[in-house]
Write a protein that binds this ligand. Sequence first.
Ligand code: V47
Ligand code: SF4
Length: 380
Amino acid sequence: MTATARRLADIVDKVRAGERLTFDDGLALEASADLFTMGELANLVRERKNGNVTYYNVNTHLNPTNVCVYRCMFCSFRSDLKGPTAYVMTDEQILARAREATERGCTELHIVGGLHHQLPYEWYLGIIANIHREFPDLHLKAWTAVEWDWFERLTKRPTRELLAEMKAAGLGSLPGGGAEIFHPEVREKICDYKADADQWLRVHREWHELGGKSNATMLYGHVERPEHRIDHLLRLRGLQDETGGFQTFIPLAFHPENNTLGQGIPKPSGLTDLKMMAVSRLMLDNFPHVKAYWQMLGIKTAQVAQSWGADDLDGTVVHEKIYHAAGSDSPQEMGVAELRRLIEEAGRVPVERDTLYREVVRPEPAGRRWAAGRELVVLG
Ligand code: V47
Ligand code: SF4
């Protein structure tokens, strides 16, 4: 047995015994190419936590503006204030998008965007308040920790106060974006200036202390090294030990098109995608869920990822801009029937959830209700 295989055998014993993995265990997993063993282990943890269920939700995205003061090197979505593709949605357009979402049977609106040079915090607050007033049943998962940090810089008011204010206005939860890679060796290269690791974690801690739930992400497959990824996961695990407020972890594969970071960097391979899924599931032993975001991974890898630790495929998603700007060739939307079929084909039980992982029971699957007016399968 080689030293690497011996190391992996130790990890197998630890996971089977329910023991926590260390930083060095994480590095050993990263060094291994034994995808099958990693899958088997991650699947064991996945099934211990979530049985044979794979969750999905019926949701849509709203990106109210792409104008952004920052220039993250991986971002293909942002625009300069006066750039040719710059846009800011009007209140009417925003409400129309929320109305469309409810008519489609969505339970969640995922709202994130750029940090506009001229728009005040009140504009972002107004978006939440206006949508919530008109559509109180729609869960608003809005603004990444980077946006919250920006609101603090704009208003000179503490994030804790802003979070409470927006919660009172209708905010439901925080999405996991903006985390990228926490380690300063990488963060300083790819997204200097915006909220750093401590600020990102502080916003989530404060939100959890207010009783809220949130998600977390990691952007992999660019200039980071294995030790940066494991460091990232352990920082998240540490906060989760403190608060228990995270629901889902979403590993995000870097898409290299139309951004400066991507030059000369290939898209992560299928092997890397599955390995990141498994390593995340194994290191984040206190996260209830790991999501294979099909818009980013592609439908085929996301389907297989259900056996490498993932118990959630995200949603039906429509109007996604961030990944499509960066070269994703996934369709914009997947019908409920197709999503359920992909889950069942993998031998799992599809369960529709709301944002807080409560099972959604409908008189009939959501997709059938829409069938009167539109196609159920992938809309291009
Ligand atoms: O923070 C930006 C990433 C994130 C690229 O909470 C890129 O349920 C790859 O966080 N290639 C935003 N990734 C998306 C996000 C998310 C997605 C789905 C579900 C949830 C959730 C959150 O997208 C950014 C950044 O890390 N990103 N550009 C790119 N070129
Ligand atoms: Fe702005 Fe977000 Fe893009 Fe960074 S990732 S440039 S903060 S829109």
